[in-house]
Design a protein around this ligand. Structure first.
Ligand code: BGC
Length: 397
């Protein structure tokens, strides 16, 4: 993270909690000094192991990034899938806080997007159609009438080229994929790079970049299902969530946004830390459409491409806290509503509804059909660039 980004995040956090900024900044600088002193002894490392084969024989590898504090992130070259994020709780006990599978076959045959890079267009495009420069494009419809997460074979189902990025106080992986012109109905050859970086401050950063040779639309996100109490430990209904948003995009019965509305007085108001289970069963039409939370929030943030604090998730039982900062204008909060007890995950436990939650930083769903939403059009000569930082810590630090 650039220094000015780090300061921005700190200043956002200070203002959230009503702490006076200079005090918070001094605290943060002191913490950073202690962290630097304690992390110079070990360097991070990257391990690579076999993770089986695709049905056509293509080998799949799992890379594990480990930082000097023993936090680790597992990634496979299939779908750029994050298979694990292991972080300490308040007593130093390390556990995996994302849902996943143990084997490649499960990822290939039944993955509800656990940990994937979703693209070319994350979330939905209504009726699997959009018009760009006067031409109508028809996409693969894979979610009722709509196209979801890039279509039948989205970025989550392709092999990515991986380059290891060893470093000083961070380790990373650069994943590259060329999406050919016409793939799943999208125009333009799109060259995509996603860089995962884990630093010694327990920050896991994702940088997305892409260029195209024809005008197209693009919206990339990372689709981890978090459970800060540990993968396979039950539901996330006791987690407390804060979303830095005054507005959200309500949806129709097929989860397509109908516009922008205030969160005031609704179960969608997460401006103060709120237990996720408190209102999830309210007989609210929007919650019924989503079978729980499955909506995009319009982040309250400057429109300047900076990293701004979007959401904070806390688990009182383990003391684990996750803060997400992003350059994106929106975040999809999804409470794993379609987990139905048919999948057994990497902890050997079966997943039921609400056992994990997604916080997907993104542009708004169906933007190509909403000229009033921030644009998702990418033209030749331009570079798509977005970043998201996941900062893990505990209520003890
Ligand atoms: C969508 C959900 C969908 C889920 C798939 C989320 O991003 O908003 O509607 O079911 O991804 O796992």
């Amino acid at each position: 993270m650039r220094k000015d980004d780090a300061e921005y995040v700190v200043s956002q956090r200070a203002s959230w909690h009503g702490v006076r900024r200079p005090v918070a900044l001094m605290g943060a600088i002191a913490c950073a000094a202690i962290l630097m002193a304690t992390t110079t002894a070990n360097a991070g490392n990257i391990e690579k192991r076999d993770f089986g084969k695709l049905p056509d024989g293509t080998p799949v590898f799992e890379y594990t990034l480990t930082n000097a504090k023993n936090m680790s992130v597992g990634v496979i070259n299939y779908g750029g899938i994050i298979t694990s994020i292991k972080v300490p709780d308040r007593d130093g006990k390390i556990d995996n806080v994302v849902l996943g599978f143990r084997d490649i076959d499960s990822y290939v045959s039944k993955n509800p997007y656990f940990g994937v890079i979703a693209g070319r267009y994350a979330n939905r495009i209504a009726n699997a159609k959009f018009t760009l420069d006067g031409k109508e494009y028809t996409l693969a419809a894979n979610n009722g009438p709509n196209s979801l997460h890039g279509g039948v074979k989205g970025f989550d189902k392709h092999i990515w080229q991986v380059k290891e990025l060893p470093g000083g106080d961070s380790v990373g992986l650069e994943l590259a994929y060329r999406s050919p012109d016409g793939e799943e109905g999208y125009p333009g050859n799109l060259d995509v790079k996603v860089t995962y970086t884990l630093n010694d401050k327990n920050e896991f950063r994702i940088d997305y970049a892409a260029t195209t040779d024809k005008a197209t639309v693009i919206n990339l996100t990372s689709h981890s299902y978090f459970n800060l109490a540990g993968n396979g430990s039950g539901t996330v209904l006791d987690h407390k969530l804060t979303i830095n948003a005054d507005k959200y995009t309500p949806v129709n019965a097929t989860s397509i946004p109908t516009g922008i509305a205030s969160v005031e007085g609704t179960p969608f108001d997460f401006r103060q830390p709120t237990r996720i289970g408190d209102r999830i069963r309210d007989g609210d039409e929007q919650l019924i459409y989503g079978r729980g939370y499955d909506h995009n929030w319009v982040l309250s943030r400057p429109n300047d491409g900076s990293l701004a604090l979007a959401a904070r998730l806390e688990d009182a039982k383990t003391g684990r806290i996750l803060e997400i900062s992003t350059t994106e204008p929106g975040i999809q909060f999804y409470t794993g509503n379609f987990l139905d007890g048919t999948l057994v995950g990497s902890a050997g436990k079966m997943y039921r509804q609400g056992d994990g939650l997604c916080l997907e930083t993104q542009h708004f769903p169906d933007s190509p059909n909403h000229p009033d939403f921030p644009s998702t059009v990418l033209k030749p000569g331009e570079t798509y660039k977005t970043s998201t930082v996941h900062r893990f810590f505990t209520d003890k630090i």
